[in-house]
Design a protein around this ligand. Structure first.
Ligand code: PHE
Length: 453
């Protein structure tokens, strides 16, 4: 039945449009906010090494697979999985994969929006000169006072959710293309300027050493899991975001090259963020393991003291918010696309429902930083729990299933035809990575964490 149903799905106008949108999804808070603070919490270089290895061996092959499944299905992740399962003559249960992705997306967005709200509030702080000549202690006080106020966090969380919904209502490929077209190059330029600033600091090499020199004695099972989870999170993998974007991809475009480009750009932004932040940490006697507040407690010090820092500060936080927006829309799009295509909702109604639910869930994260900071489940606040559940468990499990599906369930002739790689060898390389390397790596990391391996 499914195959004859006509798809109402639209398409990107060009390869560039897809690259920009998918890079927009990948580059976000994960690179600039999360990567530095989890690197700080997990001891630096060795953690970064594992993360890079995961991007290369697990992330890129899975990204190729996810785009491929999306394009072949040409529908929202739930329907795509139903359709492809049927095509491969496989067990119906595979469509639960689509479901898990929709749920993971909404759960991630619930805390993502709160943190993006912080970034939005910091645009105003930068504008009003709050960082001017301020020292590390003053900057920390600004941050601590801010997150202590549930009302302010709710206000900014609401603004960000509203902005996300307003964009999603118009459909991902209307308007979004333009926004990302300018954002990505500007973000790179700004990051380069900040790196140039960091290079002049006395503690530049100390920061670089911390970020890049691997001290493997600092690796634990849980930091390996965090590094792997982050590879999924930062590349937007394992939950259908990239699958949805792939579903809008015209047939004649090379998936593999595109995936490499996106992963490369994403990794570069994260490393640049690390290169900027750690020298500031060390030159101000701050601690790398300061947690989710790290960038909000370090970058303003730099903006407060550098020439042109006022403008740089405003631009930086504005871009961070836009980068977060281009990711948040991809987090909610699987849910919206499903409500529209399968439940007959109008786009507006689908956005209102999924957006309101996510907003409500986000309150849990808001309160984790103030009134409920002592409420812990499994030794974690609600925010930490949501982050762990999604980034460390749901995305890797989703990614594992995508790898197994693409490597073992889907017929070889279909994946070969869809990927249409330059050489047979390229295809075989990918096939080995997706069938053996990626799923085994995820599996062993899980075994290692529960103490079996
Ligand atoms: N990749 C985004 C970031 O790094 C977050 C994201 C995760 C987006 C999963 C979509 C899906 O900020």
């Amino acid at each position: 039945m499914m195959n004859i149903k006509k798809s109402t799905h639209s398409e990107w106008s060009s390869r560039l449009a897809f690259i920009l949108a998918a890079t927009g999804s990948a580059v976000g808070l994960g690179n600039i906010w999360k990567f530095p603070y989890i690197t700080g919490e997990n001891g630096g270089g060795a953690f970064v090494f594992v993360y890079l290895l995961c991007v290369l061996l697990i992330g890129i092959p899975i990204m190729i697979a996810e785009v491929m499944l999306g394009r072949r299905g040409h529908r929202n992740p739930i329907e795509t999985m139903e359709l492809l399962t049927e095509e491969a003559g496989a067990d119906k249960n595979w469509h639960y994969l689509g479901w898990m992705g929709v749920i993971a997306g909404l759960l991630i967005l619930s805390y993502y929006s709160v943190i993006a709200g912080w970034a939005s509030a910091y645009v105003v702080k930068a504008f009003t000169g709050s960082f001017f000549d301020a020292n590390a202690v003053a900057i920390k006080t600004v941050f601590d006072d801010f997150v202590a106020s549930p009302v302010r966090l709710i206000f900014w969380h609401s603004i960000f959710m509203l902005a996300t919904m307003m964009i999603v209502v118009r459909g991902v490929n209307n308007g979004l293309e333009k926004a990302v077209q300018y954002l990505m190059p500007s973000l790179f330029v700004l990051m380069f300027l900040l790196v140039a600033y960091a290079m002049k600091m006395d503690s530049y090499y100390q920061g670089l050493h911390f970020l890049l020199f691997p001290d493997f004695s600092k690796l634990t099972g849980s930091s390996i899991l965090t590094a792997m989870g982050h590879a999924f999170f930062t590349l937007s993998l394992g939950m259908g975001a990239i699958m949805v974007y792939g579903s809008y991809l015209p047939k004649n475009i090379s998936i593999a090259k595109t995936a490499l480009l996106i992963a490369g750009a994403d990794t570069l932004v994260a490393l640049m963020a690390g290169i900027v932040i750690f020298p500031i940490v060390f030159s101000n006697n701050l601690h790398p393991d300061s947690g989710p507040g790290l960038i909000f407690q370090t970058l303003p010090i730099a903006f407060g003291s550098m020439t042109g820092g006022w403008l740089m500060g405003i631009l930086f936080f504005v871009m961070l918010v836009i980068a977060a927006l281009t990711s948040s829309i991809s987090l909610i799009e699987p849910a919206v696309a499903w409500l529209v295509e399968n439940r007959g909702f109008s786009r507006v109604k689908a956005c209102v429902w999924s957006g309101s639910l996510t907003w409500l869930l986000g309150l849990g994260t808001v309160f984790s930083f103030n009134v409920w900071s002592n409420v812990k489940l499994f030794d974690r606040t609600i925010f930490q729990l949501l982050d762990y559940l999604t980034a460390n468990l749901m995305l890797p499990i989703g990614g594992f299933c995508i790898a197994v599906f693409a490597g073992w369930i889907m017929k070889r002739q279909h994946s070969e035809q869809e990927l249409n790689m330059a050489t047979e060898l390229d295809y075989i390389r990918w096939k080995v990575l997706i069938s053996y390397v990626a799923p085994c790596a995820v599996f062993f990391v899980f075994l290692h964490v529960i103490g079996i391996f």
